[in-house]
Design a binder for this molecule. Sequence first.
Ligand SMILES: Cc1cc2nc3c(=O)[nH]c(=O)nc-3n(C[C@H](O)[C@H](O)[C@H](O)COP(=O)(O)O)c2cc1C
Length: 333
Amino acid sequence: MPSSTENNTQPWFERRPLVALAPMEAVTDCAYRRIARSIAPNAVLYTEFVPARGLLAGAAKVWEMAHFEEMERPIVIQLYDSVPEALGDAVAAVREKYQPDGFDLNMGCPMRKVANRGAGCGMMATPDIAVDSVRRMVENANGIPVSVKTRLGIRKRDEVVDLARACIDAGAEQITIHARLKAERPREAADWTALSSAACKLRVPIIGNGDIWTVSDALKMNSLEGIDGVMIARGGIGNPWLLQRCCQAIADEAIDPLPDREEKARVAKMHLRANVELKGERRGVLELRKIVRNYIKGHIDSRRTWMRIIETITLTDTLKVLDDFARGPDDSQ
Ligand SMILES: Cc1cc2nc3c(=O)[nH]c(=O)nc-3n(C[C@H](O)[C@H](O)[C@H](O)COP(=O)(O)O)c2cc1C
């Protein structure tokens, strides 16, 4: 089995172990992806979902969402829209400018403002549009692989099979399945049995997604029949070490110890600085608060530290709170 730090050159989805940080709006931006890459050299990274027509309109904020640094590779840019032509044109425009390692079509977002307009999970209800979208993306990708991230279904847990087969026939080279139905909330358990059953019926690499919180969750999902890799979303927010530990476990290598509070503070500070560099001080500090809360979880003074964090608005003060946290008692388990 290849080492989890080996620098592979094959298409991103042929890497083994195949561990991905999920696309997450307002989380997996360039700042966090840089942090994730520094901790997990071999994980696959995704951008947050990017609206195709926003790119075509030339919106600077939208182009910023698609921008990445070379060190982030392998990086997949995820797009969403309900208009196949727009998706195809956006792929051409982004490909010319950035040459990412992959383009992914979001067919799983259940948010009303997205799905009710026929994009995201809404596209599962219109297979012809889904297939046309994939076909146009593939036509314009010039050999860069196109993949799809979707759910088990809208109402039934096997709807994904026919849809994914049609997308594969249209040129999709990889499918990620989030093991929930459209209306299922994140607190409801992901259905890994239905996930494996669908994955077994598809002939391209399948990444499983839903409820990976620990290394043993990742090992278990990775060993399901039909599953080639795992994608981690909420479990990886403010916890980039989980990605690396999962890569190591799946590659059967020695697993890094859990980070202690000094390491957590070091990386949270790095993340904070990167966010401020990208977004300016006020936005950079305020937007990162919730994520910093995840970094500092699980310690005797987590709550006290969080209370101080929500009272600070400057970079210097927030860094100071994190320095104090780093000097706290050694209470790691
Ligand atoms: C804050 C947040 C933002 C998300 N944004 C996206 C997104 O932009 N694109 C996408 O395909 N899924 C998005 N998702 C869904 C996740 O990628 C993932 O499918 C879902 O959270 C299930 O995985 P988990 O159980 O590991 O959290 C988002 C999830 C969260 C929590």
